[in-house]
Ligand binder design. Sequence first.
Ligand code: FE
Ligand code: ZN
Length: 515
Amino acid sequence: MDMKANKKLGLKERYALMTRDLEWDTTYEPMDKVFPCTSYEGIKIHDWDKWQDPFRLTMDAYWKYQAEKERKLYAIIDAFNQNNGHLGVTDARYLNAVKLFIGAVPHLEYMAFRGFSHLGRQMVGAGPRVACLMQAIDELRHYQTQIHSISNYNKYYNGMHDFANQMSRVWYLSVTKSFFDDAYTSGPFEFMVAIGFSFEYVLTNLLFVPFISGAAYNGDMAAMTFGFSAQSDEARHMTLGLECIKFMLEQDPDNLPIVQRWMDKWMHRGARILGVIGMMMDYMLPKRVMSWQEAWEAYYEQNGSALFNDLARYGIRPPKVGQLAAFEKEHISHQLWAGFYQYGALTSFHTWIPSDEEMDWLSSKYPNTFDKYYRPRWEYWKEEAKQGRRFYNKTLPMLCQTCQIPLLFTEPDDPTQISYRDTEYKGEHYHFCSDGCKEIFEHEPEKYIQSWLPAHQIVQGNSFNPGTDPTAPDFDVVGAVFQHYNMQHGRDNLDFDGSEDQKNFAAWRAAATKN
Ligand code: FE
Ligand code: ZN
Protein backbone atom coordinates (compact mmCIF):
# COMPACT_ATOMS: atom_id res chain seq x y z
CA MET A 1 0.00 0.00 0.00
CA ASP A 2 1.34 3.39 -0.94
CA MET A 3 1.28 5.40 2.30
CA LYS A 4 2.37 8.58 0.53
CA ALA A 5 -0.81 8.88 -1.49
CA ASN A 6 -2.92 8.72 1.66
CA LYS A 7 -0.87 11.23 3.61
CA LYS A 8 -3.16 13.85 5.10
CA LEU A 9 -2.39 17.33 3.81
CA GLY A 10 -1.31 20.00 6.26
CA LEU A 11 -3.47 23.07 6.65
CA LYS A 12 -1.07 25.20 4.62
CA GLU A 13 -0.79 22.73 1.72
CA ARG A 14 -4.51 22.14 1.68
CA TYR A 15 -5.17 25.86 1.59
CA ALA A 16 -2.63 26.36 -1.20
CA LEU A 17 -4.28 23.66 -3.26
CA MET A 18 -7.75 25.02 -2.67
CA THR A 19 -6.98 28.67 -3.39
CA ARG A 20 -3.61 29.59 -4.84
CA ASP A 21 -3.82 27.26 -7.81
CA LEU A 22 -7.05 28.88 -8.90
CA GLU A 23 -4.97 31.88 -9.85
CA TRP A 24 -3.14 32.43 -13.11
CA ASP A 25 -1.26 35.14 -14.95
CA THR A 26 -2.90 36.48 -18.07
CA THR A 27 -1.45 35.57 -21.48
CA TYR A 28 -3.03 37.54 -24.31
CA GLU A 29 -3.42 40.76 -22.28
CA PRO A 30 -0.64 42.24 -20.13
CA MET A 31 -1.24 41.87 -16.38
CA ASP A 32 -1.00 45.61 -15.73
CA LYS A 33 -3.82 46.27 -18.20
CA VAL A 34 -6.04 43.74 -16.43
CA PHE A 35 -5.11 45.16 -13.02
CA PRO A 36 -4.64 48.87 -13.75
CA CYS A 37 -5.44 50.24 -10.29
CA THR A 38 -2.52 48.88 -8.32
CA SER A 39 0.15 51.09 -9.84
CA TYR A 40 -1.15 54.66 -10.15
CA GLU A 41 -0.79 55.52 -6.47
CA GLY A 42 2.98 55.00 -6.71
CA ILE A 43 3.08 51.85 -4.58
CA LYS A 44 5.64 49.36 -5.89
CA ILE A 45 4.96 45.63 -5.56
CA HIS A 46 7.52 43.12 -6.82
CA ASP A 47 6.15 39.79 -5.64
CA TRP A 48 2.45 39.32 -4.88
CA ASP A 49 3.07 35.77 -3.68
CA LYS A 50 4.74 37.17 -0.57
CA TRP A 51 1.23 38.08 0.66
CA GLN A 52 0.18 35.31 3.00
CA ASP A 53 -3.35 35.03 4.30
CA PRO A 54 -2.85 34.14 7.97
CA PHE A 55 -6.42 32.86 8.34
CA ARG A 56 -6.30 30.41 5.45
CA LEU A 57 -10.05 30.49 5.35
CA THR A 58 -11.68 28.72 2.43
CA MET A 59 -15.00 29.77 1.01
CA ASP A 60 -16.88 26.68 2.22
CA ALA A 61 -15.67 27.20 5.81
CA TYR A 62 -16.52 30.90 5.54
CA TRP A 63 -20.16 30.21 4.62
CA LYS A 64 -20.48 27.69 7.42
CA TYR A 65 -19.23 30.09 10.11
CA GLN A 66 -21.25 33.02 8.86
CA ALA A 67 -24.48 31.02 8.53
CA GLU A 68 -24.12 29.87 12.12
CA LYS A 69 -23.66 33.45 13.29
CA GLU A 70 -26.72 34.60 11.36
CA ARG A 71 -28.88 31.89 12.92
CA LYS A 72 -27.85 32.92 16.42
CA LEU A 73 -28.27 36.61 15.73
CA TYR A 74 -31.79 36.35 14.36
CA ALA A 75 -32.88 34.00 17.15
CA ILE A 76 -31.82 36.56 19.76
CA ILE A 77 -33.29 39.52 17.87
CA ASP A 78 -36.62 37.72 17.48
CA ALA A 79 -36.77 36.88 21.18
CA PHE A 80 -35.85 40.46 22.14
CA ASN A 81 -38.49 41.96 19.86
CA GLN A 82 -41.26 39.55 20.79
CA ASN A 83 -40.64 40.19 24.45
CA ASN A 84 -40.91 43.99 24.11
CA GLY A 85 -37.21 44.20 24.89
CA HIS A 86 -37.19 47.91 24.01
CA LEU A 87 -38.92 48.61 27.34
CA GLY A 88 -35.92 47.17 29.15
CA VAL A 89 -33.47 49.88 28.08
CA THR A 90 -32.29 52.16 30.89
CA ASP A 91 -34.20 55.16 29.57
CA ALA A 92 -35.70 56.27 26.24
CA ARG A 93 -32.99 58.93 26.19
CA TYR A 94 -30.55 56.14 25.38
CA LEU A 95 -32.25 55.60 22.01
CA ASN A 96 -30.90 58.90 20.76
CA ALA A 97 -27.51 57.23 20.53
CA VAL A 98 -29.17 54.50 18.42
CA LYS A 99 -30.71 57.16 16.15
CA LEU A 100 -27.30 58.67 15.53
CA PHE A 101 -25.93 55.20 14.87
CA ILE A 102 -28.59 54.20 12.33
CA GLY A 103 -28.08 57.53 10.55
CA ALA A 104 -24.33 57.22 10.27
CA VAL A 105 -23.02 53.68 10.52
CA PRO A 106 -24.96 51.25 8.25
CA HIS A 107 -24.14 53.47 5.29
CA LEU A 108 -20.45 53.20 6.17
CA GLU A 109 -20.74 49.44 6.22
CA TYR A 110 -22.32 49.55 2.79
CA MET A 111 -19.54 51.76 1.44
CA ALA A 112 -17.01 49.35 2.97
CA PHE A 113 -18.81 46.54 1.11
CA ARG A 114 -18.48 48.46 -2.16
CA GLY A 115 -14.85 49.33 -1.50
CA PHE A 116 -13.78 45.81 -0.64
CA SER A 117 -15.68 44.41 -3.63
CA HIS A 118 -13.63 46.78 -5.77
CA LEU A 119 -10.42 45.66 -4.09
CA GLY A 120 -11.41 42.03 -4.51
CA ARG A 121 -11.33 42.70 -8.26
CA GLN A 122 -8.31 45.00 -8.36
CA MET A 123 -5.71 43.41 -6.11
CA VAL A 124 -3.32 41.22 -8.09
CA GLY A 125 -2.55 38.46 -5.59
CA ALA A 126 -5.01 35.67 -4.80
CA GLY A 127 -4.38 36.06 -1.03
CA PRO A 128 -5.59 39.67 -0.79
CA ARG A 129 -8.33 39.10 -3.37
CA VAL A 130 -9.97 36.29 -1.40
CA ALA A 131 -9.59 38.18 1.89
CA CYS A 132 -11.16 41.31 0.32
CA LEU A 133 -14.02 39.30 -1.13
CA MET A 134 -14.83 37.84 2.29
CA GLN A 135 -14.58 41.22 3.95
CA ALA A 136 -16.92 42.68 1.31
CA ILE A 137 -19.54 40.06 2.15
CA ASP A 138 -19.02 40.66 5.88
CA GLU A 139 -19.61 44.39 5.44
CA LEU A 140 -22.82 43.81 3.51
CA ARG A 141 -23.93 41.53 6.34
CA HIS A 142 -23.10 44.22 8.93
CA TYR A 143 -25.15 46.74 6.97
CA GLN A 144 -28.15 44.40 6.91
CA THR A 145 -27.96 43.14 10.49
CA GLN A 146 -27.65 46.67 11.87
CA ILE A 147 -30.76 47.78 10.03
CA HIS A 148 -32.70 44.63 10.93
CA SER A 149 -31.75 44.86 14.60
CA ILE A 150 -32.62 48.53 14.93
CA SER A 151 -35.80 48.33 12.82
CA ASN A 152 -37.86 47.23 15.81
CA TYR A 153 -37.08 50.49 17.65
CA ASN A 154 -38.33 52.38 14.61
CA LYS A 155 -41.81 50.98 15.25
CA TYR A 156 -41.99 52.73 18.60
CA TYR A 157 -39.67 55.74 18.58
CA ASN A 158 -39.17 58.81 16.40
CA GLY A 159 -36.29 59.89 14.23
CA MET A 160 -35.33 56.64 12.50
CA HIS A 161 -37.91 56.55 9.70
CA ASP A 162 -35.80 57.84 6.80
CA PHE A 163 -32.15 57.25 7.59
CA ALA A 164 -31.20 56.10 4.08
CA ASN A 165 -32.49 59.27 2.45
CA GLN A 166 -31.07 61.46 5.20
CA MET A 167 -27.56 60.09 4.77
CA SER A 168 -26.96 62.13 1.63
CA ARG A 169 -28.66 65.30 2.91
CA VAL A 170 -28.20 65.93 6.63
CA TRP A 171 -25.42 68.24 7.79
CA TYR A 172 -23.91 66.05 10.51
CA LEU A 173 -24.18 62.84 8.49
CA SER A 174 -22.05 64.38 5.75
CA VAL A 175 -19.13 64.08 8.16
CA THR A 176 -19.20 60.29 8.15
CA LYS A 177 -20.37 60.04 4.54
CA SER A 178 -17.51 62.18 3.28
CA PHE A 179 -15.01 60.02 5.16
CA PHE A 180 -16.02 56.94 3.18
CA ASP A 181 -16.53 58.87 -0.06
CA ASP A 182 -12.97 60.09 0.30
CA ALA A 183 -11.67 56.57 0.93
CA TYR A 184 -13.76 54.99 -1.82
CA THR A 185 -12.52 57.45 -4.44
CA SER A 186 -8.87 56.83 -3.59
CA GLY A 187 -6.77 53.98 -5.00
CA PRO A 188 -6.85 50.41 -3.68
CA PHE A 189 -3.85 50.74 -1.38
CA GLU A 190 -5.00 54.00 0.11
CA PHE A 191 -8.44 52.49 0.68
CA MET A 192 -6.77 49.66 2.53
CA VAL A 193 -4.82 52.08 4.76
CA ALA A 194 -7.95 54.19 5.32
CA ILE A 195 -10.41 51.42 6.08
CA GLY A 196 -8.44 48.23 6.60
CA PHE A 197 -5.80 49.80 8.79
CA SER A 198 -6.79 53.15 10.33
CA PHE A 199 -10.45 52.34 10.72
CA GLU A 200 -10.47 48.60 11.34
CA TYR A 201 -7.16 48.08 13.04
CA VAL A 202 -6.72 51.19 15.12
CA LEU A 203 -10.06 52.95 15.49
CA THR A 204 -12.66 50.19 15.49
CA ASN A 205 -11.96 49.48 19.16
CA LEU A 206 -12.99 53.02 19.89
CA LEU A 207 -16.13 52.79 17.79
CA PHE A 208 -17.45 49.35 18.58
CA VAL A 209 -16.20 48.55 22.04
CA PRO A 210 -17.61 51.68 23.72
CA PHE A 211 -20.76 51.65 21.60
CA ILE A 212 -21.49 47.98 22.14
CA SER A 213 -20.56 47.91 25.80
CA GLY A 214 -22.67 51.07 26.12
CA ALA A 215 -25.53 49.15 24.52
CA ALA A 216 -25.01 46.25 26.92
CA TYR A 217 -24.89 48.58 29.94
CA ASN A 218 -28.11 50.22 28.83
CA GLY A 219 -30.11 47.08 28.14
CA ASP A 220 -30.02 47.29 24.35
CA MET A 221 -29.83 43.63 23.42
CA ALA A 222 -30.42 44.39 19.73
CA ALA A 223 -27.33 46.54 19.27
CA MET A 224 -25.31 44.30 21.53
CA THR A 225 -26.14 41.25 19.44
CA PHE A 226 -25.21 42.69 16.07
CA GLY A 227 -22.15 44.22 17.68
CA PHE A 228 -20.85 40.90 18.89
CA SER A 229 -21.75 39.25 15.62
CA ALA A 230 -19.78 41.90 13.70
CA GLN A 231 -16.92 41.93 16.18
CA SER A 232 -16.09 38.31 15.38
CA ASP A 233 -15.42 39.34 11.75
CA GLU A 234 -13.17 42.14 12.92
CA ALA A 235 -10.23 39.88 13.76
CA ARG A 236 -10.03 38.98 10.07
CA HIS A 237 -10.49 42.59 8.96
CA MET A 238 -7.84 43.91 11.29
CA THR A 239 -5.38 41.29 10.15
CA LEU A 240 -6.02 42.16 6.51
CA GLY A 241 -5.29 45.85 7.16
CA LEU A 242 -2.11 45.20 9.08
CA GLU A 243 -0.91 42.57 6.57
CA CYS A 244 -1.35 45.09 3.78
CA ILE A 245 0.69 47.75 5.60
CA LYS A 246 3.51 45.32 6.28
CA PHE A 247 3.37 43.95 2.75
CA MET A 248 3.73 47.43 1.20
CA LEU A 249 6.57 48.34 3.54
CA GLU A 250 8.42 45.09 2.89
CA GLN A 251 8.04 45.23 -0.89
CA ASP A 252 9.90 48.49 -1.58
CA PRO A 253 11.53 51.27 0.46
CA ASP A 254 9.88 53.86 -1.83
CA ASN A 255 6.51 52.88 -0.36
CA LEU A 256 7.37 54.18 3.12
CA PRO A 257 6.72 57.94 2.64
CA ILE A 258 3.44 57.22 0.82
CA VAL A 259 2.21 54.88 3.54
CA GLN A 260 3.27 57.32 6.25
CA ARG A 261 1.32 60.17 4.65
CA TRP A 262 -1.78 58.00 4.30
CA MET A 263 -1.46 56.96 7.91
CA ASP A 264 -1.26 60.58 9.06
CA LYS A 265 -4.21 61.51 6.88
CA TRP A 266 -6.52 58.66 7.84
CA MET A 267 -5.76 58.64 11.53
CA HIS A 268 -6.55 62.35 11.57
CA ARG A 269 -9.81 61.89 9.66
CA GLY A 270 -10.73 58.89 11.81
CA ALA A 271 -10.06 60.71 15.07
CA ARG A 272 -12.32 63.55 13.89
CA ILE A 273 -15.23 61.13 13.39
CA LEU A 274 -14.62 59.37 16.67
CA GLY A 275 -15.23 62.58 18.56
CA VAL A 276 -18.93 61.80 18.10
CA ILE A 277 -18.45 58.49 19.90
CA GLY A 278 -16.78 60.45 22.69
CA MET A 279 -19.83 62.70 22.89
CA MET A 280 -22.09 59.66 23.02
CA MET A 281 -20.09 58.09 25.83
CA ASP A 282 -19.85 61.24 27.94
CA TYR A 283 -23.28 62.76 27.32
CA MET A 284 -25.77 60.43 25.66
CA LEU A 285 -25.62 57.16 27.59
CA PRO A 286 -27.86 57.23 30.68
CA LYS A 287 -25.54 54.62 32.18
CA ARG A 288 -21.92 55.30 31.32
CA VAL A 289 -19.17 52.80 30.66
CA MET A 290 -16.08 54.99 30.81
CA SER A 291 -15.18 58.51 29.74
CA TRP A 292 -13.94 59.35 26.27
CA GLN A 293 -10.60 60.35 27.70
CA GLU A 294 -10.23 56.97 29.41
CA ALA A 295 -11.20 55.15 26.21
CA TRP A 296 -8.74 57.16 24.12
CA GLU A 297 -5.94 56.48 26.59
CA ALA A 298 -6.65 52.76 26.82
CA TYR A 299 -7.37 52.00 23.17
CA TYR A 300 -5.28 54.53 21.33
CA GLU A 301 -2.43 55.70 23.51
CA GLN A 302 -1.67 52.31 25.07
CA ASN A 303 -2.72 49.78 22.42
CA GLY A 304 -1.73 52.14 19.64
CA SER A 305 1.74 52.80 20.98
CA ALA A 306 2.44 49.04 21.07
CA LEU A 307 1.36 48.83 17.43
CA PHE A 308 3.41 51.82 16.31
CA ASN A 309 6.46 50.53 18.21
CA ASP A 310 6.08 47.36 16.19
CA LEU A 311 5.88 49.31 12.93
CA ALA A 312 8.90 51.48 13.85
CA ARG A 313 11.23 48.82 12.48
CA TYR A 314 9.90 49.67 9.02
CA GLY A 315 10.63 53.35 9.57
CA ILE A 316 7.02 54.29 10.42
CA ARG A 317 6.55 56.96 13.11
CA PRO A 318 3.32 57.41 15.11
CA PRO A 319 0.65 59.42 13.22
CA LYS A 320 0.61 63.17 13.78
CA VAL A 321 -2.91 63.14 15.19
CA GLY A 322 -1.57 61.77 18.49
CA GLN A 323 -0.28 65.22 19.51
CA LEU A 324 -3.55 66.96 18.73
CA ALA A 325 -5.62 64.28 20.43
CA ALA A 326 -3.49 64.45 23.57
CA PHE A 327 -5.02 67.90 24.02
CA GLU A 328 -8.44 67.26 22.52
CA LYS A 329 -9.26 64.15 24.56
CA GLU A 330 -10.18 66.45 27.46
CA HIS A 331 -12.31 68.78 25.34
CA ILE A 332 -13.76 67.23 22.25
CA SER A 333 -16.84 65.49 23.69
CA HIS A 334 -17.95 68.67 25.52
CA GLN A 335 -17.47 70.82 22.44
CA LEU A 336 -19.40 68.45 20.19
CA TRP A 337 -22.37 67.99 22.50
CA ALA A 338 -22.53 71.77 22.96
CA GLY A 339 -22.60 72.00 19.15
CA PHE A 340 -25.47 69.53 18.83
CA TYR A 341 -27.36 71.15 21.70
CA GLN A 342 -27.29 74.51 19.88
CA TYR A 343 -28.38 72.94 16.60
CA GLY A 344 -30.88 70.59 18.26
CA ALA A 345 -33.67 71.95 16.04
CA LEU A 346 -31.94 70.47 12.98
CA THR A 347 -31.37 66.92 14.17
CA SER A 348 -33.34 63.69 13.99
CA PHE A 349 -32.58 63.04 17.66
CA HIS A 350 -33.16 64.90 20.92
CA THR A 351 -30.66 66.90 22.89
CA TRP A 352 -30.53 67.93 26.57
CA ILE A 353 -28.48 69.60 29.26
CA PRO A 354 -26.69 67.12 31.52
CA SER A 355 -28.31 66.70 34.95
CA ASP A 356 -26.51 67.87 38.11
CA GLU A 357 -25.46 64.33 38.84
CA GLU A 358 -24.14 63.90 35.31
CA MET A 359 -22.22 67.16 35.55
CA ASP A 360 -20.58 65.88 38.74
CA TRP A 361 -19.57 62.72 36.90
CA LEU A 362 -18.05 64.85 34.13
CA SER A 363 -16.18 66.95 36.72
CA SER A 364 -14.69 63.85 38.25
CA LYS A 365 -13.69 62.42 34.86
CA TYR A 366 -12.38 65.73 33.48
CA PRO A 367 -10.84 67.48 36.50
CA ASN A 368 -8.70 69.79 34.32
CA THR A 369 -11.35 71.05 31.98
CA PHE A 370 -15.01 70.44 32.81
CA ASP A 371 -15.57 72.86 35.70
CA LYS A 372 -13.30 75.47 34.19
CA TYR A 373 -14.60 75.62 30.61
CA TYR A 374 -17.77 73.61 30.14
CA ARG A 375 -19.88 73.53 33.29
CA PRO A 376 -20.37 77.33 33.24
CA ARG A 377 -21.73 77.09 29.68
CA TRP A 378 -24.25 74.38 30.64
CA GLU A 379 -25.29 76.30 33.74
CA TYR A 380 -25.85 79.40 31.63
CA TRP A 381 -27.92 77.54 29.04
CA LYS A 382 -29.88 75.84 31.81
CA GLU A 383 -30.79 79.19 33.31
CA GLU A 384 -31.71 80.56 29.88
CA ALA A 385 -33.97 77.56 29.22
CA LYS A 386 -35.61 78.04 32.63
CA GLN A 387 -36.42 81.63 31.66
CA GLY A 388 -38.09 80.33 28.49
CA ARG A 389 -35.11 81.12 26.25
CA ARG A 390 -33.87 77.67 25.29
CA PHE A 391 -30.96 78.51 22.97
CA TYR A 392 -31.26 77.36 19.38
CA ASN A 393 -28.60 78.56 16.99
CA LYS A 394 -30.32 79.67 13.80
CA THR A 395 -27.22 80.60 11.81
CA LEU A 396 -25.32 78.33 9.44
CA PRO A 397 -21.90 77.35 10.75
CA MET A 398 -18.67 77.49 8.78
CA LEU A 399 -17.55 73.96 7.93
CA CYS A 400 -14.12 72.44 7.58
CA GLN A 401 -13.49 71.75 3.89
CA THR A 402 -11.89 68.40 4.70
CA CYS A 403 -13.69 66.77 7.64
CA GLN A 404 -16.91 68.83 7.16
CA ILE A 405 -17.35 69.36 10.92
CA PRO A 406 -18.50 72.88 11.89
CA LEU A 407 -15.59 74.94 13.21
CA LEU A 408 -16.18 74.27 16.90
CA PHE A 409 -12.89 72.82 18.08
CA THR A 410 -10.45 75.05 19.91
CA GLU A 411 -6.75 75.86 19.78
CA PRO A 412 -4.54 73.36 21.61
CA ASP A 413 -2.90 76.17 23.58
CA ASP A 414 -6.11 78.12 24.22
CA PRO A 415 -9.42 76.32 24.79
CA THR A 416 -11.29 79.64 24.59
CA GLN A 417 -10.29 80.28 20.95
CA ILE A 418 -11.89 78.50 17.99
CA SER A 419 -9.26 76.71 15.92
CA TYR A 420 -9.41 78.16 12.44
CA ARG A 421 -7.12 77.66 9.44
CA ASP A 422 -7.54 78.83 5.89
CA THR A 423 -5.89 78.69 2.51
CA GLU A 424 -6.24 80.08 -0.99
CA TYR A 425 -6.55 77.82 -4.04
CA LYS A 426 -7.18 79.01 -7.61
CA GLY A 427 -8.58 82.28 -6.30
CA GLU A 428 -11.02 80.64 -3.87
CA HIS A 429 -10.85 80.69 -0.10
CA TYR A 430 -11.09 77.45 1.95
CA HIS A 431 -11.50 76.93 5.70
CA PHE A 432 -10.30 74.20 8.07
CA CYS A 433 -10.73 73.07 11.65
CA SER A 434 -7.11 72.10 12.22
CA ASP A 435 -3.62 71.88 10.74
CA GLY A 436 -4.28 68.22 9.95
CA CYS A 437 -7.32 68.97 7.80
CA LYS A 438 -5.50 71.81 6.07
CA GLU A 439 -2.53 69.58 5.21
CA ILE A 440 -4.84 66.94 3.76
CA PHE A 441 -6.46 69.56 1.52
CA GLU A 442 -3.17 71.06 0.40
CA HIS A 443 -1.88 67.70 -0.73
CA GLU A 444 -4.93 66.99 -2.94
CA PRO A 445 -6.77 70.28 -3.47
CA GLU A 446 -8.51 69.13 -6.65
CA LYS A 447 -10.20 66.39 -4.67
CA TYR A 448 -11.39 68.48 -1.74
CA ILE A 449 -12.63 71.51 -3.66
CA GLN A 450 -15.42 69.13 -4.73
CA SER A 451 -16.57 68.55 -1.13
CA TRP A 452 -20.36 68.58 -0.75
CA LEU A 453 -20.60 70.94 2.22
CA PRO A 454 -24.12 70.98 3.69
CA ALA A 455 -24.03 74.62 4.82
CA HIS A 456 -22.87 75.75 1.36
CA GLN A 457 -25.52 73.61 -0.28
CA ILE A 458 -28.19 75.30 1.83
CA VAL A 459 -26.92 78.75 0.87
CA GLN A 460 -26.87 77.73 -2.79
CA GLY A 461 -30.50 76.63 -2.55
CA ASN A 462 -29.81 72.91 -3.06
CA SER A 463 -31.31 71.73 0.21
CA PHE A 464 -34.96 72.70 -0.29
CA ASN A 465 -37.82 70.65 -1.67
CA PRO A 466 -39.06 71.49 -5.18
CA GLY A 467 -41.46 74.41 -5.11
CA THR A 468 -39.80 76.14 -2.14
CA ASP A 469 -39.43 79.89 -2.63
CA PRO A 470 -36.43 81.22 -0.71
CA THR A 471 -37.30 84.78 -1.79
CA ALA A 472 -40.66 84.73 0.00
CA PRO A 473 -40.79 87.47 2.66
CA ASP A 474 -41.53 85.08 5.54
CA PHE A 475 -39.05 82.42 4.38
CA ASP A 476 -37.78 80.18 7.19
CA VAL A 477 -34.45 78.61 6.15
CA VAL A 478 -34.16 76.10 8.98
CA GLY A 479 -37.77 75.00 8.50
CA ALA A 480 -37.29 74.51 4.75
CA VAL A 481 -34.10 72.51 5.24
CA PHE A 482 -35.84 70.42 7.87
CA GLN A 483 -38.58 69.54 5.39
CA HIS A 484 -35.99 68.55 2.82
CA TYR A 485 -34.40 66.28 5.42
CA ASN A 486 -37.84 64.68 5.88
CA MET A 487 -37.66 65.14 9.63
CA GLN A 488 -40.75 65.82 11.72
CA HIS A 489 -40.57 69.08 13.61
CA GLY A 490 -41.44 68.72 17.29
CA ARG A 491 -41.25 64.94 17.19
CA ASP A 492 -37.75 64.07 15.98
CA ASN A 493 -35.86 67.15 17.13
CA LEU A 494 -35.72 69.63 20.08
CA ASP A 495 -35.39 68.72 23.77
CA PHE A 496 -35.75 65.21 25.09
CA ASP A 497 -37.71 66.60 28.04
CA GLY A 498 -41.34 66.73 26.99
CA SER A 499 -40.76 64.68 23.83
CA GLU A 500 -43.17 62.07 22.52
CA ASP A 501 -40.49 59.40 23.01
CA GLN A 502 -40.12 60.31 26.67
CA LYS A 503 -43.89 60.24 27.30
CA ASN A 504 -44.53 57.02 25.38
CA PHE A 505 -41.70 55.17 27.03
CA ALA A 506 -42.89 56.18 30.50
CA ALA A 507 -46.48 55.15 29.71
CA TRP A 508 -45.55 51.80 28.09
CA ARG A 509 -43.13 50.86 30.82
CA ALA A 510 -45.73 51.70 33.47
CA ALA A 511 -48.27 49.52 31.64
CA ALA A 512 -45.76 46.65 31.52
CA THR A 513 -44.72 46.81 35.15
CA LYS A 514 -47.77 48.06 37.09
CA ASN A 515 -51.49 47.29 37.30
FE1 FE B 1 -18.20 46.23 9.25
ZN1 ZN C 1 -11.46 69.36 9.77
